[in-house]
Design a protein around this ligand. Structure first.
Ligand SMILES: *Cc1c(COP(=O)(O)O)cnc(C)c1O
Length: 536
């Protein structure tokens, strides 16, 4: 299908996780799904790109809730029998031991080739390095990052793939930069300075984390012990990442150009990192989603032919309701306004904000005016996130006919929810949501966004026309109370009355939402900008 684009640079896109399909659980959430969508768009648009990642043998956590409402985690041995064996094996020295990694190739999901490193070989003592995605910290995390970065560069060479751009999606792959430098020093006899400058000309970095504490840092002693110095000296590593070694600073210093993932996030990221000496200029390229994966075909067709949108929407809503019944035994009502909230359960996303005044929201839930559908996993070590899940679980017991929580959020649930709900709620504590992409999926399906002005939404929102804003972008003291009151106000005075009393306006808003999402928030627009503004 793809057009030939011979004059474009060949890009190797490195990421810790890739979300291509629910049957291939080597992803955790937004970061990986973005990477998966990019590889699908690269294939569809004929862009010269390959992905580099890790074959997680036990995937990411499968998270369920016990009878008291506490989430618990399980990992399962996965079988990936659709992968192609490239025959290539690379070696990375970790903790003084050589780890052999097999390189697999995946083209199963209409994606540009994805090469995956796998340490699960009988001859390795440390077979589980590539076991669990984000399962471990500290030593094991560094080991995983060494396999991805150092192993990834070696794999591309062993495969004889000519690469002109190395794109690090978030900071996990930065040791690939250390490997490129070491190699030029060893093989071309360059000085550290010369090699760094030459590597920099080929490296692009994307930052995803406005939460400063969420940016990974490693102790130099530990890096040296693990072998992550990879032949460089303490002084050289210090110049790349500072002390402690900041993975984000290293990414920004290794790269010739960097990007944030929405316009507002660009401002936040420049405020955070702009003054750090030696870092790349951070531009903003807003994320997008791949239509082929996320847009309901029936709805897309109706929209393109200017036919009614309500019937295909209700069809998707009935499918959601059937899936909820199948999983939870609760039968929701297709005539009742249904709000969805599904995302990684992290405290800053405030999944429980809508319940912060039970007397306000309870009335709608009890009188059959509103249904709430939640889904999401907390990171296995995030106890505050897990408490939020427990609170949501309690709400499902308090309002058993109108509140549901779906366990084990994955791409399949994401797809069903972002088609079948009426409204998509998003209330992170601004400005901590870098982009957020589930709202783009919803918008593309005429599921109306109801969101604070964070992430991508300030760029898309026309209040009352294609969705609604919650609050006015306020940041500061009493932000939670401010946003909660705004949420209730807009819900009561605009969302609920429009749904029940002005169906024509609702459907017009759905059309405006689809138009906005198709124009502005697809990976087609995004990749065009990557090639025009980052890679050239
Ligand atoms: C789209 C998606 C995400 C990312 O959505 P956010 O809005 O960034 O939270 C995470 N998980 C799944 C399963 C998704 O489909």
């Amino acid at each position: 299908m793809g057009k030939k684009r011979n004059t474009l640079p060949t890009v190797a896109y490195f990421c810790m996780e890739f979300g291509l399909h629910e049957s291939f659980p080597i992803y955790s959430g937004g970061l990986g799904i973005l990477a998966g969508d990019i590889l699908k768009e690269a294939k569809a648009g004929g862009y010269p790109m390959v992905g580099v990642g890790i074959l997680w043998r036990q995937g990411y956590t499968s998270q369920r809730i016990d009878e008291r409402g506490y989430p618990y985690d399980s990992y399962y041995e996965q079988r990936y029998d659709f992968l192609e064996d490239t025959g290539v094996v690379v070696r990375v020295r970790v903790r003084g031991r050589l780890i052999k990694c097999k390189v697999w190739k995946c083209t199963q999901f209409d994606n540009a080739p994805l090469y995956l490193l796998d340490a699960n070989l009988p001859e390795n003592e440390d077979r589980l390095i590539t076991g669990q995605l984000y399962g471990w910290f500290s030593e094991e995390r560094i080991a995983q990052e060494m396999i991805l970065g150092i192993g990834g560069v070696r794999a591309l060479q062993a495969l004889n793939l000519p690469v002109s751009i190395y794109h690090f999606n978030d900071s996990h792959p930065v040791f690939a930069g250390v490997e490129l430098i070491r190699e030029m020093m060893d093989e071309e006899g360059l000085s550290f300075e010369e090699a760094w400058a030459k590597a920099k000309a080929k490296i692009i970095f994307t930052t995803h984390t406005p939460v400063k504490a969420g940016n990974e840092e490693h102790d130099h002693e530990l890096l040296r012990y693990m072998g992550a110095y990879n032949g460089l000296t303490f002084g050289q590593m210090l110049r790349l990442g500072g002390e402690p070694f900041s993975m984000t600073v290293a990414g920004l210093r290794l790269a010739r150009k960097a990007n944030a993932v929405a316009q507002l996030h660009g401002e936040t990221a420049r405020r955070m990192w702009g003054d750090v000496p030696g870092t790349a200029r951070i531009i903003a390229i807003t994320n997008g989603v791949f239509r082929g994966t996320w847009q309901d075909e029936r709805l897309a067709k109706a929209f393109a032919r200017k036919e009614g949108l309500w019937a295909p929407h209700q069809q998707a809503k009935r499918e959601l309701i059937a899936e909820i019944y199948r999983r939870n035994g609760v039968r929701l009502d297709e005539e009742v306004l249904t709000i969805g909230f599904a995302r990684r359960v992290a405290p800053y996303k405030r999944g429980n904000l809508i319940f912060s005044k039970p007397e306000v929201i309870g009335e709608y839930l009890e009188k059959g005016r509103l249904q709430l559908v939640f889904a999401g996993k907390a990171h296995p070590n995030d106890l505050a996130g897990k408490e939020i899940i427990t609170e949501l679980y309690r709400m499902t017991k308090r309002y058993p006919q109108s509140v549901v929580f779906l366990e084990d959020y994955d791409m399949q649930l994401g797809r069903i929810l972002t088609r079948g709900c009426d409204v998509w709620l998003n209330n992170p504590r601004r400005p901590q949501e870098a982009s957020g992409t589930s709202g783009m999926k919803a918008a593309m399906n005429g599921v109306l966004n109801f969101s604070v002005l964070d992430g991508w939404w300030p760029e898309g929102c026309v209040h009352g026309v294609n969705g609604w804003q919650i609050g006015d972008g306020y940041e500061g003291k009493d932000q939670d109370a401010h946003d909660r009151d705004a949420l209730y106000r807009v819900l009561r005075s605009e969302v609920i009355p429009t749904y029940y009393e002005d169906r024509d306006k609702w459907v017009a808003m759905m059309a405006a939402s689809i138009e906005m999402a198709q124009q502005q928030f697809s990976t087609a627009r995004m990749l065009k900008e990557y090639f025009a503004e980052l890679y050239r």
